[in-house]
Ligand binder design. Structure first.
Ligand SMILES: [Zn+2]
Length: 63
């Protein structure tokens, strides 16, 4: 039996680009830098489950 990889949402720490992949990309498609990607996948029913981005993680920071 094969395990299905779960797709997650990744956000570039530099430009804020978000992409849905099983693993974070080595190079950001947005700013073409090798940057750190943050997992912004939703893990609560509030934002609709793992197929969605958690708006709380996206909005975190200096607002
Ligand atoms: Zn980027």
């Amino acid at each position: 039996m094969k395990k299905r990889k779960t797709e997650r949402w990744w956000k570039c720490s530099l430009c804020g680009y978000t992409v849905q992949l099983t693993e974070p990309p080595e190079q950001c498609p947005g700013c073409k830098q090798t940057c750190a990607f943050t997992d912004v996948t939703c893990y609560t029913p509030e934002c609709g489950g793992s197929g969605n981005i958690d708006p709380k993680l996206m909005g975190g920071g200096n607002t």
